[in-house]
Write a protein that binds this ligand. Structure first.
Ligand SMILES: [Cu+2]
Length: 76
């Protein structure tokens, strides 16, 4: 996972990053907290998650103490 500045598209170190994968299934919400490690490259993080089924997951990303973002991840 890579973070870049919207201003100049350069990589940005965003400090601590947390990633939680969620799948909203009726009656059976699924959640997995990913392992996130900073790499030697500023702004680039290694993310490992364990997703127990295929389908569309939402990655909830927290970073830089007070910012967050969501992305959809299609797993097949
Ligand atoms: Cu599921």
């Amino acid at each position: 996972m890579e973070f870049r500045s919207a201003r100049d598209n350069q990589p940005v170190d965003v400090g601590k990053v947390e990633v939680r994968a969620e799948m909203a299934m009726p009656g059976m919400p699924m959640v997995n907290d990913a392992q996130v490690e900073a790499t030697d490259t500023p702004g680039r993080y290694a993310v490992r998650y364990n997703l127990s089924m295929s389908g569309t997951w939402t990655l909830n990303i927290k970073f830089d103490t007070d910012k967050s973002s969501r992305i959809s991840l299609r797993v097949s």
